[in-house]
Ligand binder design. Structure first.
Ligand SMILES: [Zn+2]
Ligand SMILES: [Zn+2]
Length: 483
């Protein structure tokens, strides 16, 4: 696990700031090439759950005045988009310079850099504006287009090392933490920037070979700024190291000291289900993660390969959601999966993960009850797929997962020529001729609850609220929370 297990397990209720006046916080959001509709509520929840902040969100920062800002102690910026105009920009800079706090997250350091404004999905809009120089001065740096230009290697697991472990934000967190995220590199920093943590940017995967600053503080006038280059999307924000440094960085920026303990603020849900999502081996749209955000009843971690299945899954996971595609795993990983299922824990297999572990008959025959044949096998031809099919899906029989669910209408991928066990309980089907027919079923395994959902190739399905609800219900049912 990448989480700081010991820290995350500690009680979040005890902190000396209880009783202190809440830090009045305004989050600037509403545009971003990142998923602000999910990240902003997540950040808001982290702050609120810590008990130290009173939070509001401004989705139209342009036009915010000094009079509005006078009610706040802290601005958190989760924004990348056009400039805000003279009056708002001056009000923000004056706000910080007067002694208040500013936190900027991840891509907000790209904002106002003078580079192409990016649209959702990192699409270049071709629109540029003059850089806002005071913004770079507040953050202590900016993205730059001149070679070596600022960028990042693909999302990967890396170690964040505290270079100033005695800083109040870092105290009690040891030498650092691991996190799965984007690691920004080549940002241009000003002498005023004080890095409190860096991460080594591995050149073998496209990094610079340098220790890149990822957390830094800046004194701007009488105010304080905390910039975290981490936090590409909600799963990255769910990493314990991000969550802890974010809330403590926010407290430090607003007040100049840190009373919050180095623990992940407790979620609003009393006992969220611990869901481990496994990805890797097959590309997918980042909208996949939208299936799991905004769900206070789920506590989701994402594991990629080769880390997946390497530990005893029973200790920290209630439901495994597979969205990976690997043909072979070793005996140790097989044993971990088998022990997890024998312990009665839930399994939800999505879409291409039906092609997982092709040479493990117990898995496809006894557990999932189906198999996508990557090659011809036993006299059967290889299975086939078809993209962008118009699929009308209807429920078969009555099942808790589909009860009350509207008929699904999706543009999605179909599979044909799969092996499907006669022992499965089909709960959804389509009559689209490019499909085998069954598109969701309950696996034959009897010691735990197993669901397979063939639907869900990409964002067209994953952004469909009915599909999101289907996956959510499947996870709840697999955990025994839906009867
Ligand atoms: Zn990013
Ligand atoms: Zn697919």
């Amino acid at each position: 696990m990448r989480r700081l297990a010991a820290l995350a397990l500690a009680a979040a209720a005890l902190h000396p700031a209880l009783g202190a006046a809440p830090i009045r916080t305004l989050i600037f959001s509403g545009q971003n090439n990142h998923g602000w509709r999910t990240t902003t509520p997540y950040l808001e929840n982290l702050l609120t759950a810590s008990g130290r902040f009173e939070v509001r969100v401004e989705e139209e920062p342009a036009g915010v005045t000094a009079a509005t800002l006078a009610h706040y102690d802290l601005i958190v910026v989760d924004y990348q988009g056009p400039r805000w105009g003279d009056a708002t920009e001056r009000a923000v800079a004056d706000f910080v310079a007067s002694g208040k706090g500013l936190v900027a997250v991840h891509g907000s350091s790209y904002a106002f850099s003078g580079l192409d404004i990016l649209g959702p999905g990192h699409v270049r809009t071709g629109r540029t504006e003059p850089p806002w120089l005071a913004w770079a001065a507040m953050l202590g740096g900016t993205w730059a287009g001149d070679p070596p230009r600022s960028f990042h290697a693909p999302r990967h697991l890396f170690t964040v090392k505290f270079t100033d472990p005695s800083h109040p934000i870092a105290q009690g967190m040891g030498s650092g933490f691991q996190t799965l995220d984007e690691l920004y590199h080549g940002m241009h920093f000003l002498p005023s920037a004080h890095p409190i943590a860096t991460a080594y940017d591995d050149p073998s995967i496209g990094g610079t070979g340098a220790d890149e600053p990822v957390l830094l503080t800046v004194n701007y006038g009488k105010g304080r700024v905390f910039y975290t280059a981490l936090g590409h999307e909600v799963p990255a924000m769910q990493e314990a190291g991000f969550a802890i440094t974010f809330v403590r960085g926010a407290e430090w920026a607003a007040s100049g000291n840190v009373t919050l303990p180095p623990v992940v603020p407790a979620s609003r849900a009393a006992h969220p289900l611990r869901v481990e999502v496994v990805t890797g081996g097959h590309p997918f749209d980042p909208e996949f993660y939208e299936l799991f955000v905004g769900r206070p009843d789920l506590e989701v971690t994402v594991t990629g390969h080769p880390d997946a299945y390497t530990r005893d899954l029973r200790t920290e996971t209630d439901v495994l959601v597979l969205y990976d595609l690997v043909s072979e795993i070793g005996d140790q990983k097989r044993d971990n999966l088998r022990a997890f299922l024998e312990a009665g824990r839930g399994l939800v297999v999505l879409h291409h993960a039906i092609a997982d572990f092709g040479s493990w008959p117990w898995w496809s025959e006894q557990v999932v009850g189906g198999k996508y044949l990557l090659q011809p096998e036993g006299g059967r031809p290889a299975s086939t797929y078809k993209h962008d099919e118009d699929i009308l899906v209807r429920a078969v029989g009555t099942h808790a997962i589909t009860r009350g669910l509207a008929p699904l209408h999706l543009r999605d991928e179909t599979y044909h020529g799969m092996w499907i066990s006669p022992r499965v309980n089909v709960i959804l089907e389509t009559s689209n001729p490019s499909s085998d027919g069954p598109v969701a079923w309950i696996g034959p395994y009897d010691k735990s609850r197993v669901v397979y959902i063939q639907l869900g190739h990409g964002r067209l399905a994953q952004q469909n609220p009915d599909y999101q609800e289907l996956v959510h219900r499947a996870v709840l049912w697999a955990a025994g929370r839906l009867e």
